[in-house]
Design a protein around this ligand. Sequence first.
Ligand code: AMP
Ligand code: MG
Length: 275
Amino acid sequence: MQRYQISGEKAFQIAKLDANDTADWDGKKKEAKKTFKTLRKELAVLQQKLYAEHKHKVLIILQAMDTGGKDGTIRAIFEEVNPQGVKVANFKVPSTFELDHDYLWRVHQKVPGKGEIVIFNRSHYEDVLVVRVHDLVPKEVWNKRYDHINAFEKMLADEGTTILKFYLHIDKDEQKQRFLERLTNPHKQWKFNPNDLEERKLWDQYQKAYQDALNKTSTPWAPWYAIPANHNWYRNLCISSIIVDTLRSFTMGYPDPIPDPQQYVKQLENESARD
Ligand code: AMP
Ligand code: MG
């Protein structure tokens, strides 16, 4: 899955990434779904260790165009984990109070502590995406943010946070199909916002903003992965396998048990003998 990492050696061109790509898994949807379920189980085991060990901090950032599959990814991949150690932070239009502060202020409060995995559903990247596309601040302001973001993420990494960033890439036609499904499925209608169609008109500007953001902020300490996401099953497989690979690399262990647990077993046994 490393093929989807933006390395910085070669400029990432968003138009060249095929949203329909399924690479080696072409025609193997059933097998892919099975592999995904195995990975999801392994993720639950690894996350339990991460929580118990109370050492690593993991930040997973999800960004995508509307209907890109951020919510579905979270639902599918984290279905089996212990909710105590996993949190989701959603970043919506900032409140007036949030806007009184710098744009990283609300974000920093949500980063993971030891033993935690935090998933960002949208993130500080909105501040170089929607903010740029809609001219919410002048170019001189948003243009400096790539450097701020790289420095901020470097600080988090230096202080022990592992950062993985995923851009879920769908194409414009897939978005149309997904909006139509949203509008006609009573379980999904609530997700539709008429303003989404106004945003859709700005598709090309958003693609350009994404391309720049990914090229300027994919770093060794916080790499971006641009994942083909027209097929949910392939998207889930890619993202879960990158997360599981990363957690495997931690070689975690449970905290040391107390010395001589047997003495407490005896204590408890004696107690029941007395009763
Ligand atoms: P949703 O994720 O569909 O609930 O929508 C959240 C909306 O909040 C999206 O339209 C985002 O672009 C918007 N949003 C998130 N962060 C910011 C930000 N920093 N500035 C402006 N809009 C934002
Ligand atoms: Mg929305």
